[in-house]
Design a protein around this ligand. Structure first.
Ligand SMILES: NC(=O)C1=CN([C@@H]2O[C@H](COP(=O)(O)OP(=O)(O)OC[C@H]3O[C@@H](n4cnc5c(N)ncnc54)[C@H](O)[C@@H]3O)[C@@H](O)[C@H]2O)C=CC1
Ligand SMILES: O=C([O-])CC(=O)C(=O)O
Length: 347
């Protein structure tokens, strides 16, 4: 029963990124050694994400870092009989050791929202946390891929890019804002409405990761449900954009999405590891440096490869409603990006 459950979780992690049929697959023994570091590993997202990464056979070394609580999380997760060795690191003085040799760093460190707050309200605390962590990444593992979960993603990714530029380590192919939860939600809500099996549903989500900057492209959803009215598409769009707030309100002061985010973070990290390992045609949406619009960062489909971003894919054909959504989101996204860049350069 336990083995069957583990197999099913692993296989869903392995299947969920769009990987071409016939691609290379690894047994846990033959996969390359990969060290994954999670910064903020003792938090609401960090703990279940640590569990899911421990279940991923592509990981050989799992490094769990937080300012508090990591010895317990690491001891607990380390008893799971899967491939990776687990080490917990606590406190700033151990951050270097946590990061040394990392191929992939996942950052869910920082404060979450409470009801009534926007993601931007987290900026004052999280911007400084992200800046400090990225300074350490530049020093100890400058070539690692970085998966930024900490909010506001629309600003924390630009902060990271500026920190890396200052340190002379910036490689735009290696920095990702994690927007996978928007895709996960869009798939779930769309499949529910279409009464389609969710496993076969795909919906690209572009733009950014806050409110109207989250733009699901239901016109490109597969399979296409032709019977949706305009009102239904508007409602699906709004629910996807407000998905985070729906969870914040339901948790009533006890934080924001943690379990679904850990799942989404594990899906995206798995896709990055597959790309690093040379698996072809791994495509996920992510907020990356981009030429798709006039903004320097934008979320769209990205092909992942051995060096991180292999190709930033275009938007594809948008309908009029999506074109309006795109026009409407650009000013807000621009200002969040600029806010991050300004912060990183003045402090
Ligand atoms: N990108 C996305 O789709 C999503 C992003 N988030 C964001 O993820 C972040 C974390 O959320 P939760 O895990 O719920 O919060 P949490 O408060 O439960 O956990 C955050 C963890 O970060 C740690 N931390 C604080 N400062 C740190 C530092 N300097 N170095 C290392 N660790 C540090 C804390 O000790 C804590 O364990 C929030 O900013 C939240 O808004 C949440 C859901 C979805
Ligand atoms: O809404 C929040 O504050 C957390 C988040 O980014 C999400 O759940 O999408």
């Amino acid at each position: 029963m336990r083995t069957a459950m583990l197999k099913s979780i692993r296989s869903s992690l392995q299947k969920s990124s769009s990987t071409a049929a016939g691609c290379r697959s690894y047994s846990s023994e033959s996969a390359p050694e990969r060290k994954v570091a999670i910064l903020g590993a003792a938090g609401g997202i960090g703990q279940p994400l640590s569990l899911l990464m421990k279940l991923n056979p592509l990981v050989s070394s799992l490094s769990l870092y937080d300012i508090a609580g990591t010895p317990g999380v690491a001891a607990d997760v380390s008893h799971i009989n899967t491939r990776s060795e687990v080490v917990g690191y606590m406190g700033d003085e151990n951050l270097g050791k946590a990061l040394e040799g990392a191929d992939l760093v996942i950052i869910p460190a920082g404060v979450p929202r409470k009801p009534g707050m926007t993601r931007d309200d987290l900026f004052n605390i999280n911007a400084g946390i992200v800046k400090g962590l990225c300074t350490a990444i530049a020093k100890y593992c400058p070539h690692a891929l970085v998966n930024m979960i900490s909010n506001p993603v629309n600003s924390t990714v630009p902060i990271a890019s500026e920190v890396f530029k200052k340190a002379g380590t910036y490689d735009e192919k290696r920095l990702f804002g994690v927007t996978t939860l928007d895709v996960v939600r869009a798939k779930t809500f769309y499949a529910g409405k279409a009464k389609a099996p969710v496993a076969g549903v795909n919906v690209p989500v572009v733009g950014g990761h806050a409110g109207i900057t989250i733009l699901p492209l239901f016109s490109q959803a597969t399979p296409q449900a032709n019977n949706f009215s305009d009102e239904e598409i508007v409602a699906l769009t709004k629910r996807t954009q407000d998905g985070g707030t729906e969870v914040v309100e339901a948790k009533a002061g006890k934080g924001s999405a943690t379990l679904s985010m850990a799942y989404a973070g594990a899906i995206f990290a798995d896709a990055c590891l597959k790309g690093l390992n040379g698996v072809p045609d791994v495509v996920e949406c992510s907020f990356v440096q981009s030429n798709v619009t006039e903004l320097p960062f934008f979320a769209s489909k990205v092909r992942l490869g051995k060096n991180g971003v292999e190709e930033v894919l275009g938007l594809g054909p948008l309908n009029d409603y999506e074109k309006q959504g795109l026009e409407a989101l650009l000013p807000e996204l621009k200002s969040s990006i600029e806010k991050g860049i300004t912060f990183a350069n003045k402090s």
